[in-house]
Write a protein that binds this ligand. Structure first.
Ligand code: FMN
Length: 441
C-alpha cells in the first residue's frame, strides 16, 4: 500500500476523554482553565506528527458539574488561537454550529484562525440537534429540514465570503501606496432562504487559501452536507462493516456533487488506554470510570438480555448467564460485549474493556491499537482515525510513544508532515471561495 492513514486527536475539556481523568495522579485539577497545559497537550500530539486536533463543541446543559468537569473547552476558537501560536504543523479543527451562528461571524473567525496558524484551520460545520443547545439561544431546535437547509446555505456563504478578498488582491506596496488591487475585493451580495451577507470580508488568504470543511455525523442529511462540501468526516462507528458502509455512503454522496470520492476522508473513532499489558490498562480504566459502573451494569443487562448483579463485580458471568445471553440487535456494541464476557473476565473487567463506550476501545499495549487501526484501514473502513485518549496528561504521550512508531514501522503512518498546511498534510485539493462545482444557485 502506498497510502498512509491519517490520525487526529479529539480534544475536549482539559483532562481526557474519561470522566475520572481530572482526578488522576499527575493531572492538574485546574487544567480545564489553564492554557499553558492545553498548549502542552497540543504539542504532545504534534510531536507524534498527528494530522490535527479536533475540538468538538456543545452548547447544552452541564452534566454532573458537581462531580465532573465540562467536556468542552472554554471556547474552541480562542483555544485554537492559543495553540496556533505555540505549534507549527498540527491542523486545528473547531466545531461551529451553522444553526446558532451567522455565517459572517463564522467566516471571520475561521479565516482569522487560518491566517494566524499559517493555513492549518478546519471548520467542523455541524447543525446542532438538541433543545438543550437551542435553549442557550432562547429558541427551540428547528426542524431537520430547516437546520440542514440553513447549513447548506451557510457553508456556501462562508466560502463565498472567504473568496471575497481576491487571492492576489493584497499588494501592500508601501512606495506606491497601493494597498489592494482595485476590483479584487468585492461584495458577494448573497441572500438565501435562511441566511445572507453583503461582504466582503477583509481577510486575506492564508497559506492554504481558506480553511477546509469538516462534518461530524452519520445521518442521510449528513451524507448530503458532507458529500457536497466536506474534506473530512468525523464518524462514529463500531464495526468494520458499518464503517465501510458509512464511508461508502459519504463517497457516493461526494460523487453526486461531481467530486472525486477520494476528496472526502472518513475518520473512525478509537478510544485508547495504552499500558504495558492488558491488566495494567484495565486497572487504569477501572480507576477512571468506576463511578459509572452501577449504571453501566444496568445497561449491560439490556445489551446481553440477562440479569447481572451489581454486587458481584469481582465475578465472571456464570455458565448459565453466558449461555442465556443474546446480543441486543439494538446496540451494535453488544456482540463485542458478549465476546469479552465469554473470555472469562470479571464483570468489573468487562466494563473496564469499555464495552459501553462511544467508540471501539483499546485497553492494552500499543501494538493492539496499531493492529486495530491497521485492520480497519486495510479493510477500506476508514481513511483515518480520531483518537480519544483517556487522560491527556500522559495518554497523548502514550499514544505517540507506543502506537505511532509501530504504525510508522509498518509503513502505515507518515514519518513527518508532508507540508506546512493542513491541506498539504491531508492531501486536500486547493480551493478558494466557493467550489465551482457547487456554484449552481
Ligand atoms: C462523531 C460525531 C461527532 C459530533 N460532534 C458534534 C459536536 O461537536 N457538536 C455538536 O453540536 N454536534 C456534534 N455531532 C452531532 C451531529 O452534528 C448531528 O447533529 C447528529 O449526528 C444528529 O444528526 P442529525 O442532525 O442529522 O439528526 C457529532 C456527531 C457525530 C456522529
Amino acid at each position: 500500500m502506498d497510502k498512509n492513514m491519517l490520525i487526529g486527536l479529539s480534544y475536549g475539556g482539559g483532562y481526557g476523554s474519561l470522566p475520572g481523568a481530572w482526578r488522576m495522579p499527575g493531572v492538574d485539577p485546574k487544567s480545564y482553565a489553564d492554557f499553558d497545559i492545553v498548549v502542552k497537550h497540543a504539542q504532545a500530539a504534534e510531536r507524534g506528527k498527528l494530522h490535527f486536533l479536533f475540538l468538538p463543541d456543545g452548547f447544552g446543559k452541564l452534566e454532573d458539574i458537581e462531580n465532573a468537569p465540562p467536556i468542552m473547552t472554554l471556547d474552541v476558537m480562542l483555544t485554537l488561537g492559543a495553540i496556533a501560536r505555540e505549534t507549527k504543523h498540527i491542523g486545528l479543527l473547531a466545531t461551529g454550529s451553522t444553526t446558532f451562528n451567522e455565517p459572517y461571524n463564522l467566516a471571520r473567525q475561521f479565516k482569522a484562525l487560518d491566517v494566524m496558524s499559517h493555513g492549518r484551520a478546519g471548520w467542523n460545520a455541524i447543525t446542532s440537534s438538541t433543545n438543550d443547545a437551542a435553549a442557550n439561544y432562547g429558541v427551540t431546535i428547528p426542524s431537520s429540514e430547516v437546520r440542514y437547509g440553513r447549513a447548506h446555505e451557510a457553508v456556501q456563504l462562508v466560502q463565498a465570503l472567504w473568496g471575497s478578498w481576491g487571492r492576489d488582491a493584497w499588494v501592500h506596496n508601501q512606495e506606491s501606496g497601493e494597498f489592494t488591487k482595485k476590483g479584487q475585493i468585492l461584495p458577494i451580495n448573497l441572500q438565501g432562504k435562511y441566511v445572507g451577507a453583503r461582504g466582503p470580508l477583509y481577510t486575506p488568504p492564508s497559506e492554504q487559501g481558506q480553511p477546509i470543511i469538516v462534518h461530524a455525523g452519520g445521518s442521510p442529511n449528513a451524507h448530503e452536507l458532507a458529500g457536497r462540501f466536506a474534506s473530512v468526516v468525523i464518524g462514529s462507528t463500531f464495526t468494520i462493516e458499518d464503517a465501510r458502509a458509512q464511508r461508502n455512503a459519504f463517497r457516493e454522496a461526494a460523487k453526486r456533487y461531481g467530486r472525486d470520492p477520494d476528496e472526502i476522508k472518513f475518520f473512525a473513532g478509537v478510544m485508547t488506554t495504552i499500558a504495558k499489558d492488558r491488566r495494567t490498562a484495565l486497572d487504569r480504566r477501572i480507576q477512571l470510570t468506576e463511578r459509572e459502573f452501577p449504571q453501566r451494569v444496568a445497561y449491560l443487562q439490556s445489551m446481553l438480555g440477562i440479569r447481572l448483579n451489581v454486587n458481584q463485580l469481582d465475578k465472571p458471568l456464570t455458565k448459565e448467564q453466558l449461555s442465556a445471553a443474546r446480543p441486543s440487535p439494538y446496540d451494535p456494541r453488544s456482540a463485542n460485549a458478549l465476546k469479552i464476557a465469554k473470555e472469562g473476565w470479571s464483570l468489573r473487567d468487562i466494563l473496564a474493556h469499555g464495552v459501553i463506550d462511544y467508540h471501539p476501545v483499546i485497553v492494552g499495549p500499543g501494538a493492539e491499537a496499531a493492529d486495530h487501526m491497521q485492520a480497519w484501514f486495510e479493510a477500506g473502513a476508514a481513511d483515518g482515525f480520531w483518537i480519544s485518549t483517556d487522560v491527556y496528561a500522559d495518554g497523548i504521550d502514550a499514544f505517540v510513544d507506543e502506537v505511532v512508531p509501530i504504525l510508522q514501522e509498518r509503513g502505515l503512518f507518515h514519518q513527518d508532515y508532508e507540508g506546512k498546511t493542513l491541506r498539504e498534510n491531508l492531501g486536500v485539493p486547493d480551493q478558494y471561495g466557493i467550489d465551482p462545482r457547487n456554484d449552481k444557485n
